[in-house]
Design a protein around this ligand. Sequence first.
Ligand code: UD1
Ligand code: PEP
Length: 460
Amino acid sequence: MNSIATDAQARDALKAGARVGLKSDKITITGGNPLKGRISVRGAKNLATKAMVAALLGETPSILRDVPDISDVQVVRGLLEVYGVKVSSPAPGELRFDTSNVEKAHFAEIDAHAGSSRIPILFCGPLLNRLGEARIPDLGGCRIGDRPIDFHLDALRAMGAIVDKSYEGIYITAPDGLHGANIHLPYPSVGATEQVLLSAVRAKGTTELTNAAIEPEIMDLIAILQKMGAIISVEPNRVILIEGVDRLEGYKHRALFDRNEVASWAAAALATHGDIFVEGAQQSELMTFLNVFRKVGGAFDVEEDGIRFYHPGGELKPVTIETDVHPGFMTDWQQPLIVALTQAPGISIVHETVYEDRFGFTEALNEMGANIVVHKQGLPDHPRRVARRDFEQAAVITGPTKLTGADVRVPDLRGGFSYLIAALTAEGQSTISNVGIISRGYEHFVDKLAVLGADFVFEG
Ligand SMILES: CC(=O)N[C@H]1[C@@H](OP(=O)(O)OP(=O)(O)OC[C@H]2O[C@@H](n3ccc(=O)[nH]c3=O)[C@H](O)[C@@H]2O)O[C@H](CO)[C@@H](O)[C@@H]1O
Ligand SMILES: C=C(OP(=O)(O)O)C(=O)O
């Protein structure tokens, strides 16, 4: 159970809509136990899945290490296999991709992956390069706003692609191949930056991407592409230059650790008055989070092999946070931290500036006793560091509030993890359903809860 699923298991899980390592979709938690102990994190969901797509560009096999056992990895694996990529697992946490027989796939097989993840949109460049066409199923991922893909499609068009949206899903061709282009992103989108990278590395000529995202996962993807033979330079001021090359080889790479998972366990340690050592966490990718964690009253010790996060005693302190692109405060960190903020005396404010609708999860926290008021149009007059966006929202959290157990349903990945933390912090029993979604991005979270001394029953 603790290793990457076999081919057959992965396919069965996909068919059944099941999630990695989970037989049930419900967990009953009795709150009040501080989470204490040592757990480890592996590669980031937001890197490993893209690294898997990059393997499709290599003429020779690639090996990815520290691959997390999460359902998004299974989805991408399944889609690669549809195109004839032979995926094997030579060792636990390791995947090997043999691309010697990449071939066109039937639409039905591709569309079987509709709604399962956002990663399929990133197959465009590699597929156009290898097969001259790309069929993209309807995308999944967390429903936290509109999540359009206009930047992706505009970039592909600028590189010579023709986009046909007359089918369900999208069909893209590049009759004359992809060519380099000057592309400016209206917003430093992570996915659109990756789209350009994965498409431009084999395009003819040079691509200049401005207003690019520079998240650590993007830098790790660039490192992988460079290992494969790409020529990519990251210039000052969010400019990335990509010189197209004629051939890319496979890579060997250890995936960057999952900084979002680390931040989530750190918030869990704080909210439950706990003490968690997260092996594999690295300081440099977490600087912004660590500053906020300290300001809220959390303590941490950075060690060579990981970071210890703990509640040092005393009262927590309220904070004001604005989510932002890197190196700002990551939007995926706000949900777990908000649970800790319900325990801080005073008023905390979280401005969500990245997505249109990312506070839906707070309703259930209020049912558990939190006092969180969501301002759907944001707080326009509030002093801000990040420029206001048209659609942003703000959450005002007044604490401390006692949380009590409730029956709640997971709405999305990070919201779901925040419910686990709330239930662990609450007095009494909570039943959380739809927890399968959490396995989209948190490897073996049930096992980790057990290691950390949580009191729960998982109905398997
Ligand atoms: C699989 C993955 O890596 N997911 C991460 C990725 O999502 P993802 O790559 O989808 O996020 P983006 O950075 O693209 O989205 C940021 C903003 O840009 C907008 N936008 C994006 C593309 C586009 O074509 N048009 C458009 O308007 C989005 O609606 C959103 O408001 O980065 C997000 C921001 O760090 C993280 O929360 C997600 O965990
Ligand atoms: C929004 C997230 O992921 P995705 O883009 O895969 O939906 C997330 O990881 O919180």
